[in-house]
Design a protein around this ligand. Sequence first.
Ligand SMILES: [Zn+2]
Ligand SMILES: [Zn+2]
Ligand SMILES: [Zn+2]
Ligand SMILES: [Zn+2]
Ligand SMILES: [Zn+2]
Ligand SMILES: [Zn+2]
Ligand SMILES: [Zn+2]
Length: 472
Amino acid sequence: MDSDYSGDEEYVEENDEDLSDEDQVVAMKVEDNKFMTHGELEIEMKKTIAEVQAVLQIKKGICRILLHKFKWNKEALFDKFYDCLDMTEFLKGCQIIRKSEDEESHKGECDICVDLTDLVGLSCGHLACSKCWKAYITEKIVDGRQSEIECLASKCDLLIEDEKIKTILSDSLVLDAYDYHKVNGFVMTNPFIKWCPGKNCGRAVKVFSTDSQLIECECGARFCFCCYENWHEPVTCELQKQWVIRCKSDSETANWIMAHTKECPKCHTTIEKNGGCNHMSCQTRSCMHEFCWLCMKPWRGHTACNSYVDKNEQQRTNSRQSLERYLFYYNRYRTHEQSLQLEMKLKKKVAIKMDQIANATKAYVEGKCLEQAVEVLSQCRQTMMYSYVFAFYLQKDNNSQIFEDNQKDLEAATENLSELLEKDIDEDDYSKLFKLVQDKSRYVDARRKVLLEHCIEGYDKNFWKFTTAAFR
Ligand SMILES: [Zn+2]
Ligand SMILES: [Zn+2]
Ligand SMILES: [Zn+2]
Ligand SMILES: [Zn+2]
Ligand SMILES: [Zn+2]
Ligand SMILES: [Zn+2]
Ligand SMILES: [Zn+2]
């Protein structure tokens, strides 16, 4: 056996049992989450409405409005419904007015189109002709994509029940659109259900805990349930959000320009500082002015400029330092992201290799380890990416030192595995190749878990100290 890898192997053996226990926990969690199509969501929504109707004995349309208000939490709705002292007030708070008898139609002048005709209205008493109601509701559904539609009287917030909408609308396309928006409203207000952000996916995921967690949809999308970003462990959603804002912000570029360029004091051309030397020469041929970068005075006759540091210069230096710090982490974050994208190609290469091996040796099962290694590699790349976001916001202390050591180990192991899969995969001795790949990917996976578990421990014991203000 290659002695280089013996250390790695020992490490894996020690932790083998712990790792398999953990895998089981993760596997169970994933099974709990349920992916649902639009049709399945509609069934679930209607089931919940029927359950509430069976208890409250009121119209389904009103049940849906109430459930919408209570974010589809039946128990919370029942509690409030039975605890409330004034039912009329309670319903009014939910934009509902209940009337036992149906509203009669009156003949009169429609406030909107001023036709003299039959007027219909809601329990709030606001009337209009059916033509105006139809136009109003159709617009709310088609253009406004609404599932909760208020009375057309401008100062009335009464919500129109589904039953009423069905009597007013006749166009089946508009009614279909309404049904569609109702399901969307169900998903958008229910904290346990979210649409998958995958392109053209259309599924939603239902979870049993609203905690930040990795969601892996059948369509291939991998995202954080809480913030919809790529799965960003070990970074919290909050820090990840700040990081994304920071990366997108144009002001970073502005800061860069501020810190690295100045105007020539003579001809006002923008000059970029490339090296450490502060003796600058304007590159404009007609100018060629020589000056000192620090004090901007002409270089000729310049002997010292340490007497006074301009306040602006001080700010510029701070902003440059903070920018350089940011760029240090950003570059590493981006490099791992790019590697992750490049290594997607490995999937193809490995699939071809697996076919070759299977044809030559019938070693189908053993060949699987190559595929698994690519998967481990991409998980490590992702962890490496976000480890730099984590480190960017992390204050230095003993724990951050441990984190950086773990990060260093994972980074080295990841590069090792990457190199193995890119270069050594053409090894003809298959059993030797399998052994190498298995050892390395087990080791790197273990390193990843060590880093992540340390991060989780820190969150549990509250020992991470993050700074967000100082580096802005
Ligand atoms: Zn009208
Ligand atoms: Zn009204
Ligand atoms: Zn999906
Ligand atoms: Zn998140
Ligand atoms: Zn110049
Ligand atoms: Zn010089
Ligand atoms: Zn100077």
